[in-house]
Design a protein. Structure first.
Length: 283
């Protein structure tokens, strides 16, 4: 996050020779008795196809666990932020202070950018959530643009009336620091106040699912039990829906960076986040 700047009845018919076993004047168990020549039964009997049989009751389709839920995903930063400092450095009001519209984000020592990482995880996560029935909206549509500003990111979640929103990031702390943490809002006598408690519950549910699903430990350098409360983030301060940030790991730590750089591990991250969101929305 730190800036650098988803009955075979027809086969047997009613013919004794086909089914066999006609003994002592009776039919084989479960079969119709063979008709005698000239009998009304022999004259009228014919095979009944499955399509002509009365259809049995069909079970209703299984409900999807997130049906009817709206989730907003906020992939941190954007791929071309670094090209437009005149846009991302513009100051915006986050109620507790003035901050830059957005930042470039960080990267691994091998040059894998936070913006590319957050976009990849978010698109994977969106697919999983949609498969589970949710309506998903993203705050940006690609990784080749600029912004949007942190104020706009919050507004997107608010306008959608999201049941939950999550901003996805990766940190850029010191090389010895590792692990993940969740950032949640504080009361600021502002719009976020009414969802602080719900955001906290969302944060704990996502934290537990993330730890279980990825094995990444709690942050060694910030927060308590991977939970950190802040009042300086516009994406939280301006939110009127339950919202959290997650710093999925430290891109400047070799161990964390290796995991975050792996497509297979990013899929694990997406599944873990989906599980956390589902747990929150199902309780």
């Amino acid at each position: 996050m730190r800036a650098l700047a988803a009955s075979v009845l027809a086969a047997c018919g009613l013919i004794a020779s086909a089914c066999g076993g006609a003994g002592s004047g009776g039919a084989a168990t479960g079969q119709a008795a063979p008709a005698t020549a000239g009998s009304p039964q022999a004259q009228t009997t014919q095979e009944t196809s499955p399509a002509e049989q009365s259809p049995g009751k069909q079970s209703p389709p299984k409900a999807k666990p997130l049906e009817g839920k709206v989730i907003v995903l906020d992939p941190g930063h954007n791929g071309n932020n670094y090209r437009h400092p005149e846009i991302i450095n513009r100051q915006v009001d986050v109620l507790t202070e003035k901050k830059a519209c957005d930042t470039t984000g960080t990267s691994t020592n091998n040059g894998y950018s936070e913006a590319a990482f957050t976009w990849d995880v978010s698109t994977r996560l969106a697919k999983i959530l949609r498969e589970r029935g949710a309506t998903v909206k993203l705050t940006r549509s690609n990784n080749t643009g600029v912004g949007p500003c942190i104020t706009e990111r919050a507004a997107i979640g608010n306008k959608a009336g999201a049941d939950a929103a999550i901003s996805i990031h990766a940190d850029g702390a010191g090389p010895r620091d590792h692990g993940f943490h969740i950032i949640m809002p504080k009361k600021i006598n502002g719009p976020v106040d009414k969802v602080v408690a719900k955001s906290s519950r969302l944060g704990v549910d996502v934290r537990d699912a993330y730890r279980k699903g990825t094995g990444i430990p709690y942050s060694t350098y910030i927060g308590r039990n991977a939970l950190d409360y802040r009042k300086d983030l516009g994406g939280l301060n301006l939110s009127t829906v339950p919202k959290i940030f997650i710093e999925t790991g430290n891109m400047r730590n070799a161990g964390d960076a290796a995991k975050l750089s792996s497509p297979a591990f990013r899929q694990r991250i997406a599944v873990a986040l989906a599980n956390g969101l589902q747990h929150y929305l199902g309780t």
